[in-house]
Ligand binder design. Structure first.
Ligand code: HEM
Length: 458
């Protein structure tokens, strides 16, 4: 017999919207999971959304024969810019399948190794900035990691330099993208009647969209007129044919995917590096161990691509960071047919379910009583490989899982190892406590640090 899915009390007209913090909804989801446990449902402006919070239920919905990706409300807004690009495509859109087949080989670990020197170029710009400004300078790590991540994905995917480190403010493209994504997120939670009364916000949204599309069009046209012999993602999309259908990607789909890489490929990695920085400063013993490992592996020389596989402790720190702070904290699926979740909660086919990686990856049933503690050692010595299926799932699941995972992994390895090699890091305010901020992804709020060169004595 099925039991009802718990639901917080509703307010007339707005349902459960007030249960979620408008600025940082993840805080509301975490709080509700503490209150209601493994599952609850919310009425969000007439849409019923089910949230699954435990490992067991997250694992159950990670079964592609029974559950498919849903393009959630915020991603529906992002579609205004990138349509059927990989991230936002509906499951049956033909350009998703073609782009997926064309791009999978271009994003595999071997192909990403060829991007190492381009990644280093941008990483060096970050290191130089921190070095030049000196130890008294207060650094906003989320801002600098966003610059490096956005510039890296632009250079590696389309050989285009955004030059974010050469301006004080964010470059126009980065600003347009940040504003656009913020607005997508807000539009998703605004009733349409309220949206209709905000012509200024709509005009700005359209202007940002037009500007970003025009940049991508210009990059595509320039490449056509001046072809280069480089295996970047733009050339892959322009020159390859789908092995299954023999079709290439139409220009519109190429533009959608260029913009998709920029969107999907910067905030997530930047948030990951910001959380890593927080956890490393907070845990000085871990920070020292990581620095020792980097020193031993590199012998004080610049990091090489072949060093990456030897940095086991760094890998454990990365895994533990993404366990506690998955920067894409939830994903949406729906059952293909009516199902009974956990043997007791009846859910209709097509009903949207949010899989909350943030809470599922802290389930004490898998991680033990210290599940909320940062302990990279739990990811070492074969323990990661021995985890139950889907216990660690920050990159999503199945055919719609993150195509950029090897890219992000290499980029974060390079940047954090280089930072560890060169600097000691400190909180600007030693009493800083972690708070979250949220756009389409999550980051630490108001984290400010200082960086002091290790090779310069006080
Ligand atoms: C999909 C996380 C970096 C490109 C996803 C999904 C997650 C995710 C959870 C699945 C979303 C869903 O089911 O709706 C992350 C994290 C990253 C990261 C945590 C870094 C730490 C990147 C990078 C790129 C990228 C660097 C591009 C270079 C994509 C794309 C998809 C995707 C294109 C859609 C794949 C598809 O549906 O075919 N990512 N991502 N991601 N990611 Fe990432």
């Amino acid at each position: 017999m099925s039991v009802p899915i718990p639901q917080p009390p509703r307010i007339p007209f707005i349902g459960n919207v007030a249960s979620l913090d408008r600025e940082v909804p993840i805080n509301g989801f975490i709080l509700l999971a503490k209150q209601y446990g493994e599952i609850y449902k919310l009425d969000l402006l007439g849409r019923t959304v089910i949230s699954v919070n435990s490992y067991a239920l997250a694992n159950e919905v990670s079964n592609e024969s029974k559950f498919k990706k849903v393009v959630g409300a915020a991603l529906v807004q992002v579609r205004h810019l990138v349509g059927d690009g990989l991230f936002t495509a509906y499951n049956d859109e033909p350009n998703w399948a073609i782009a997926h087949r064309l791009l999978m080989p271009a994003f595999n670990t071997m192909s990403v190794r060829d991007m190492f020197e381009d990644m280093r170029d941008l990483c060096d710009q970050l290191l130089l900035k921190w070095e030049r400004f000196g130890p008294e300078n207060i650094i906003d790590p989320a801002d600098d990691y966003t610059r490096v991540a956005l510039d890296t994905i632009a250079l590696c995917s389309m050989s285009y330099r955004l030059n974010s480190f050469y301006t004080n403010d964010q470059p126009k493209f980065a600003e347009a993208m940040t504003d656009f994504l913020k607005e997508c997120f807000l539009r998703a939670s605004r009733p349409s009647i309220v949206q209709a009364m905000m012509p200024g916000a709509t005009a700005k949204f359209e202007e940002d969209k037009k500007f970003m599309t025009s940049v991508a069009e210009r990059i595509l046209n320039e490449r056509r007129e001046n072809p280069i012999d480089k295996k970047d993602l733009l050339n892959t999309m322009l020159l390859s044919k789908d092995p299954k259908t023999g079709q290439g990607l139409p220009d519109e789909a190429i533009i959608n995917n260029l913009l998709t890489f920029l969107i999907a490929g910067h905030e997530t990695s930047s948030g990951m590096m910001s959380f890593m920085t927080y956890y490393l400063i907070k845990n000085p013993e871990t920070w020292r161990k990581l620095q020792n490992e980097v020193d031993e592996v590199t012998g004080g020389e610049p990091l090489q691509v072949q060093d990456l596989s030897k940095l086991n402790y760094l890998q454990a720190v990365m895994r533990e960071t993404l366990r506690l702070a998955p920067t894409a904290p939830s994903r949406a699926v729906s059952p293909v047919e009516d199902v009974v979740l956990g043997g007791k909660y009846a859910v209709k086919a097509g009903a949207p379910i949010m899989m909350q990686a943030w809470t599922a990856q802290r389930d004490i049933a898998v991680w033990g009583d210290d599940a909320n503690e940062f302990r990279p050692e739990r990811m070492l010595d074969g323990k990661f490989e021995a985890l139950p299926p889907n216990a660690w799932q920050p990159f999503g699941f199945g055919t719609r899982a993150c195509i950029g995972r090897p890219f992000a992994w290499q980029e974060v390895q390079l940047i954090i190892a280089s930072v560890a090699q060169k600097f000691d890091l400190f909180f600007d305010d030693p009493s800083y406590t972690l708070e979250l901020q949220m756009g389409l992804t999550v980051k630490p709020k108001n984290l400010r640090i200082r960086a002091k060169r290790r090779d310069v004595s006080p």
